[in-house]
Design a protein. Sequence first.
Length: 413
Amino acid sequence: MSWLGRLFDLRDTLVRMVLLDLTGLCYLLVVPHSASTPTTAQWVLAVPAFAVALAAHRRPVTNMVAQTALLAVAISLIDDFTINQVGASWALLEMTMRARGPRAIWLATVLLAVVDLTDSIGDPPRRFASGIVGLAVEVGVPVLLGLVIRANRELSRQAVERALAEQRQHESESRAARADERSAIARELHDVVAHHVASMVLRVGVARHVLTDLDPRVGEVFDDVHGTGTAALAELRRLVAVLRNPDGVRGDAALTAIEPAALPAAIGASIDRARQAGVTVEADLDPAIGSLDAVRGMAVLRLTQEALTNVAKHAGTSAVARLVVAVRDGAVHWEITDNGRGGVPVGVPAGGGHGITGMRERVEVLGGRLEAGPTETGWRVRTVLPATASEPSTRSLPRDRAASAGSPAPEPA
């Protein structure tokens, strides 16, 4: 019955009244009558009925009373009162659809039935019985149709409310599940990862003080490892705090952020660490990155750190990497390429990882796209982070296809 609800939508009352008036005009002007033309009395009673239907199309009670009064006058003055009868029946239909309670509906029904029966007063019993049967069409059909429309509208409203309630329940369950996942991740990070990192930082610190007669270059390595481990431990503790505080989370992309002004220095520190590992890094950084929002700034930093780590692991410490970060029309264009000619460092375990997957997920959250794959001379990873969120769109090449292009390509860790 949904088509019925659309046909008698409450917002289209004026349209229905206009069509009803046009139908009445066609009846008066086209349909043959007992007289050659409609009488003056018919026009005098029809025109007010048309005007009231239009003027009171949003006031069903006013329309019902006026149309019923005109019908009572027409019954007493003219023989063909079809126009006023249809107008009153339609007013009862609109009243049934729009009334707030059943009391108004039944009062309007009784009123119209009494007025209709005045035409049968004084008739022989058979004609009086015929008039009562006619009420089924003049009064019963509008009421029945209006009640069906009201019931259909109520069912639709209840269906929408149920759908909204189910959606709210699903969202609540999803939030609870995400909170449980964050808590579990936070426990693992704190109890396992952070514990081991803290142990390594402590051991390196002890080694720096115990081994006094070290080559200066070895001392620099110890200092770098100790500083990197300390920074990683601070990041882990910060991430654990964020994971355990749902009120501080504003979506997955905001788990971590960085002050915009600190982004160039943070990227520079990542580049320095890669250079200390032996990778030659050529950087072309747009000064505008210092004005990026915190979320996209953190994404650029994490992508840079992951990509430079992958270069050292898979292209070798003697590789040459080129980093380009540019801001054009508000969008961030980020790219890293390497020549892939270096050897794989000793001690790097074989096997796959989730580096590209994590980078892709970070980019998709921000509505960007990720491209990763081999080039003629090495490997390239690039992405575009739009100025505003858009539909996620990704296009990537699996790292394992690099072998066919002649470039070493184990999955990044």
